[in-house]
Ligand binder design. Sequence first.
Ligand code: SF4
Length: 319
Amino acid sequence: MMQHTDVPPAAADDAAAGPAREPALRALSLGAGVQSTTLALLAIDGALPKPDVAIFADTGWEPAAVYRQVDRIAEALIGAGVEFHRVSNGNLRADALDPQHRYASVPYFVRNPDGSDGMGRRQCTSEYKLAPINRKVRELLGAEPPHYRRVKRGQVCEQWIGFSTDEIGRVSDKDQLLYIHKRYPLLELGMSRKDCERWLSARGWGDTAKSACIGCPFHGNRQWRDLRDNHPAEWADAVDFDAAIRRGGARGLPLHGRAFLHRSRVPLSIAPIDRVTRREHQENQTDIFDQIAELGDPDGCSPYGCRSGQPANTQKGAA
Ligand code: SF4
């Protein structure tokens, strides 16, 4: 595979962000939300060098609008000569309910038998996004089939991650892999999420959808309302799933508590999603400005940290 010698023009003087060694592969991790879509289009426009590949990890449970968006971005990338890979580690929804499947750990809201509140562990991002992306990177770096576990020493992928300046706190050295050098072009360009939204709007991509599973427990009330009011089939799907995981999904909760998708810990069908939280109210204040500036909604789940929750840990199997 060709060794890259060029440096993104916008980052040429950013030695700290540059690769430790010349990468054999430059890969865009495409979450298909606002930020990674911006990265893809910046590369297509020539504002950044083109990555060799873009990789989208499909949980199998994204809204239809996200899949349409992925198809649109894929078409644009392929047209620009960038390989597009859609990878998967299974269907998160089906796996979470399948007693034969290893427990897919989704961060449900839990009501314990003693009435106290708890929360399930979030490993879904790691299992359904990070692991298949890392596996594809190893494969592209020449690891041997069928498991693609080992990458030859010195083979490095420069992996673009779409964190914007408002997400700088998510940048971490934790869980570094020898064969992946993370790079954050939006930080190098000084672009915030709002900057990305404005840029996408100007480029005809203003309706870029949020990327998150249909029944993600990290949805805010606004997202739940949007699902209920504008996407009834997806809402019904989430309500059905919520009822099915009451005992914790396929294997049940260790303390025999009850699990819920909504933070109120009542069934989604009757959860108080019409209540505007303080945070949503604050965001609405921003939205007034945004409407003037013709901006859109925040982003969803990223392979490198669900924006609605705490960053995910990389599983050992994903390394
Ligand atoms: S969107 Fe939610 S449920 Fe889906 S992978 Fe991310 S954290 Fe898990």
